[in-house]
Write a protein that binds this ligand. Structure first.
Ligand code: ADP
Ligand code: ZN
Length: 432
């Protein structure tokens, strides 16, 4: 079932016409209303009239995260504050946060795309949505909230934290859809299991998990432990928050709402646009957003696009699971390493829990990478020799995947900090 048949299953020519029209409008609004774009266009000798179809998008300049920072707080707003009804920010652990503004129409748009995403996991008006994404400046909580409301489902705005109480509510209210980060899902599972809850006997049926990178093996772990269908949801504050796209039950990539968010993949070093299937940095243009529209925004997220009709009937552009961000790619002794590659290995290993930490340090002039993995309760009673074998197995699997030497250490159960929102797993001591 689709939320919006007309928009999610467009023909190629229908989609192109829609995107072209929207792009023309966007370029005009950005040029007229946002001094940053007026200047950029003028520098390039570019006028809105030079853009007549979606294919002309390559003529347009990129927008970077630093451009948003330079124009903090409201310099990138295309409408007067009297038309802005809501603002959100990214968590931005360093420096000033990035701000997204929303007009009434933008909130409508957010509700629409989030309704599509929740419908992708099978949510209907009869469902009870347990929304454990944080409410507040973070986009996760309210984004899911608006979408669930648009569908007419019952939303439990439980937000993050107080995990035991969450499990109780989930049980008593009969939650059927779970929305939170994948790492928090595992924490919920762990706490619930300690409370003696069998998740498979609860009415929970599916979940939209995202806001942080996670691997397919992590998905399998979550599905097995909670007895639900676990689908990937993607989004970012700059573009709208959650709702940029979501997987369907085919699990063949994230369906992007490409009538509103136009995706491209570029080579992050050269800016060259790459053909479908090639891995690079995702660039998104917000075709219809009013308050904070962005032209060719460089997301720093690494993925590849998959065009073509999906078995679910949708023709919206799909993208591969996010492999990492250009800014969380680790360079260890010259080799590019994404934390998600290490997670893929860890989640498959018997006797360990999907809680881990990656520590990078520099000893002399050499980078050293160490992976700490939690063993489970069963493992802890095993012989030292067996523990060593597990460590060796993990070590050799990671080494053969990455081609560099790593250290692996099993640590006691429950010693790695659990997260209620986005997990922090990488500790790079080289830059501290
Ligand atoms: P911040 O992380 O600074 O708080 P956001 O909350 O806007 O900012 O987070 C957006 C980022 O989160 C994305 O650019 C991406 O890196 C990551 N993200 C969101 N959803 C997913 C997902 N499903 N898979 C991988 N990464 C994701
Ligand atoms: Zn599909």
């Amino acid at each position: 079932m689709m939320w919006n048949n007309e928009r999610e299953a467009l023909t190629d020519s229908g989609k192109k016409a829609l995107q072209s029209e929207a792009l023309k409008g966007l370029v005009k609004r950005a040029y007229d209303k946002i001094p940053f774009y007026t200047e950029k266009f003028d520098e390039l000798g570019l006028k809105p009239a030079h853009i007549s179809s979606i294919e002309d998008i390559v003529k347009l300049p990129f927008t970077n995260k630093t451009d948003l920072r330079d124009n903090y707080p409201f310099g990138m707003f295309a409408v007067p504050m009297s038309e802005v009804v809501e603002t959100h920010t990214s968590s931005g652990t360093t420096g000033k946060p990035v701000i997204g503004g929303y007009t009434k129409k933008d909130i409508d748009l957010w509700s629409e795309v989030m309704a599509r995403c929740l419908t992708l996991s099978g949510t209907t008006s009869s469902d009870v949505v347990h929304n454990a994404y944080g409410y507040g400046l973070f986009t996760g909580g309210l984004g899911v909230h608006y979408g669930a409301r648009r569908i007419g489902a019952t939303v439990i705005p439980v937000s993050g934290g107080n995990t035991k109480r969450q499990v109780m509510i989930m049980q008593d209210f009969g939650s059927t859809i779970l929305t939170c980060t994948p790492s928090y899902t595992l924490y919920l599972a762990e706490v619930g299991e300690e409370m003696g809850i069998d998740f498979k006997r609860l009415p929970l049926r599916a979940g939209n998990f995202g806001a942080e990178p996670w691997s397919n093996n992590m998905r399998i772990e979550i599905e097995n432990r909670l007895g639900l269908l676990a689908l990937d949801i993607y989004g970012l504050t700059e573009i709208i928050g959650p709702g940029v796209g979501n997987e369907c039950e085919q699990k063949t990539g994230v369906h992007l709402c490409d009538d509103h968010f136009y995706p491209e993949i570029i080579n992050p070093d050269t800016g060259e646009v790459l053909p479908p299937g090639e891995v690079g940095e995702l660039v998104i243009t917000t075709l219809t957003k009013e308050a904070t529209p962005l032209i060719r925004y460089r997301t720093r997220d690494i993925t590849a696009l998959k065009p073509g009709k999906c078995a679910c009937g949708r023709t919206s552009m799909r993208m591969e699971r996010i492999m990492g961000r250009t800014d969380d790619m680790l360079i260890i002794r010259g080799v590019n390493v994404f934390p998600s590659q290490i997670e893929e290995v860890l989640v498959r290993i018997e006797g360990t829990e999907p809680h881990y930490r990656i520590v990078i340090d520099r000893v002399g002039s050499l980078d050293v990478l160490e992976v700490l993995v939690e063993m489970n309760e069963k493992m802890i009673s095993d012989e030292i020799k067996e523990l060593e074998q597990v460590e060796l197995k993990i070590k050799s699997e990671i080494e053969s995947l990455l081609g560099i030497k790593v250290g692996v250490k099993l640590v006691e159960p429950k010693t790695i900090t659990r997260s209620e929102g986005k997990a922090k797993r990488v500790f790079d001591k080289r830059t501290l």
